[in-house]
Design a binder for this molecule. Sequence first.
Ligand code: HEM
Length: 157
Amino acid sequence: MRFQNQLSLGRVYKWLWGLCILGLVFTGFGQLPIYARYKLSTLPGLKWSADFYFTHALHEVFAFLFIALAVYAIILWLFGGRPALSKAGILKLIILVGIFATGIVRVLKNFHDFYFSPDTLLVADLGHLALAVVFLVAIAITAALSSPWFKKEYREQ
Ligand code: HEM
């Protein structure tokens, strides 16, 4: 782990992050009845993708991995000289915070101890789906423009 003005997340972290986002996107959209409708679930090894409860549970497993990886990166950033985010980094961060917040409401709504008004639930439900789509577009654009998370002077050599 390197500290001064450099954030060293390493190859394993980047692969885990990529796998986690891929898993969240696939299982997230798997909760909409599209994989059965468009016959994706008839492909070998993908029968499970049409099972709402399985994709829902898998989505929450990936959500916990997402939270763990995010907390690790935040701790590394806090003790690693707090390198400045690029504009693309700030955009992706805002979208991910929105996805996380709406996702948490969607998890907690299933527990009796938590009450959310119908308006809050509507915003969380529609907001989560909308932000998921915006996130996919943001990833595609920032990847195409190869816009990294951090400003030039803070990127790993
Ligand atoms: C990049 C990250 C993520 C993406 C792309 C994503 C995508 C999605 C999509 C497309 C849906 C289906 C929307 C719908 O049914 O209207 C969904 C549902 C859901 N997501 Fe996510 N999600 C992400 C992260 C998270 C996180 C971090 C959490 C929890 C903290 C979470 C919790 C949930 C829950 C609870 C549902 C609703 C399941 C249901 O009751 O139908 N998601 N997600």
